[in-house]
Design a protein around this ligand. Structure first.
Ligand code: PLP
Length: 365
């Protein structure tokens, strides 16, 4: 029996691959490897998708979070509210900025930040200066209500769109609700590079300028540090060239991802459910099933040739390396979900036969 992998990044189609090879050859010929034509074109293309907001290409999605936090004033001792089930990227960036995370529980039906839990946290912790809303698994969180909660208290809203590129709410793209938004182009992302890359999307030119300075050593001008906390984080021309090709495919690939997950949602049995929606709010980044019998299901899927994974197996408030760095937190829904989530294969280059094989395996659980 053929095996269906959780993901397979080797399946770039021949036409896309040859366009990319041509673009990379052009970068080499031009001898301009940073902050040049392809980066500018990519930033413009992304900006067109994001209501014209200015976009800055950076080194990766984790740097994007760090830069967004620093640019909006998160420094030593500042508190940032975020979920604990999203892989630790925000918590790590907050700690790196000198800030302190305050964890917010999630809604068990969606795995996204619970607006009720956030309201409670903001009430109990009035010194929270920023909320990071991660649109996890490609599903948009409760962004409009959370925007209002932030506005009521003058708290910055940062959207982490690493997993949700292309999703929207009432026709409005994710990444345009926050004061600032971050993207990752890690190769498995819906918009993926051939290496590390990321971007920051800002609501205002001023914020964009602040992020740009922080992303280039803190230089106000060449060799003059005007802002502390600067790092070196730039997208390179080769990744920008790759992403310009990938971006053309994004919407069709998101549609394919949604269709795959829809097959799974129709096939699952009993109490099991998918953390997914068949709407513009979901772009199928990961197909995550919730099941009471995770290890048994994983074994049976494996026996049917279906690869699975767990995103993410350890919540931030239980990471051993952060034991003394993060506050204790009661997060019953986060704890409940972490033992029940199981990721199924979902990538646009899956064949119809592979999708059928996974759906049949799910139906027989
Ligand atoms: C939700 C989320 N935020 C941030 C990141 C960090 O991005 P990167 O790996 O590009 O640093 C990732 C993934 O890698 C992610 O899934």
């Amino acid at each position: 029996m053929a095996r269906v992998p959780l993901n397979d990044l080797s399946r770039t189609d021949a036409a896309t691959a040859s366009n990319i090879v041509r673009a990379v050859a052009d970068v080499i010929d031009r001898g301009a490897f940073l902050k040049n034509r392809y980066t500018a074109e990519l930033e413009q293309r992304l900006s067109n998708r994001l209501a014209g907001r200015p976009v800055l290409g950076v080194g990766n999605g984790t740097d994007a979070l760090y830069l967004a936090l620093r640019a909006t004033g998160v420094g030593v001792g500042r508190r940032v509210a975020n979920v604990a089930n999203a892989g630790g990227y925000t918590t790590g960036a907050t700690l790196r900025a000198g800030g302190s995370p305050v964890f917010v529980d999630v809604d068990p039906r969606t795995a996204q930040m619970s607006r009720a839990a956030l309201a409670t946290v903001l009430e109990a912790t009035p010194d929270v200066v920023a909320v990071v809303l991660t649109h996890l698994y490609g599903l948009v969180g409760d962004v409009q209500v959370i925007r209002s909660l932030c506005d009521e208290r003058n708290v910055t809203l940062i959207e982490d769109c690493a997993q949700s590129m292309g999703a929207s709410v009432d026709g409005r793209s994710v990444g345009t609700f926050g004061d600032i938004a971050t993207l990752s182009f890690y190769p498995t992302k819906n918009l993926g590079a051939f290496g590390d890359a990321g971007a920051v999307v800002c609501a205002t030119p001023d914020l964009h300028e602040r992020v740009s300075v922080l992303a280039q050593y803190g230089w106000g001008q060449r060799y003059e540090v005007t802002v502390p906390g600067g790092i070196n984080s730039r997208i390179d021309e080769i990744q920008a060239a790759v992403l310009l090709e990938a971006e053309r495919l994004l919407d069709a690939q998101n549609e394919r991802r949604r269709a795959i997950v829809s097959r799974y949602a129709a096939a699952v049995q009993g109490e099991r459910y998918l953390l997914a929606e068949q709407t513009e709010r979901y772009v199928g980044h990961l197909a995550v099933m919730v099941t009471e019998q995770r290890s048994e299901d994983a074994k049976r899927l494996d026996a049917s040739g279906v690869g699975t994974g767990i995103h993410y197996p350890i919540s931030d408030h239980r990471q051993p390396g952060w034991e003394t760095a993060v506050p204790r937190a009661e997060l019953p829904n986060t704890d409940w979900l972490v033992d029940r989530i199981l990721t199924l294969p979902c990538f646009p280059a899956m064949s119809d036969d592979e999708v059928d094989q996974v759906a049949d395996a799910l139906a027989s659980l």
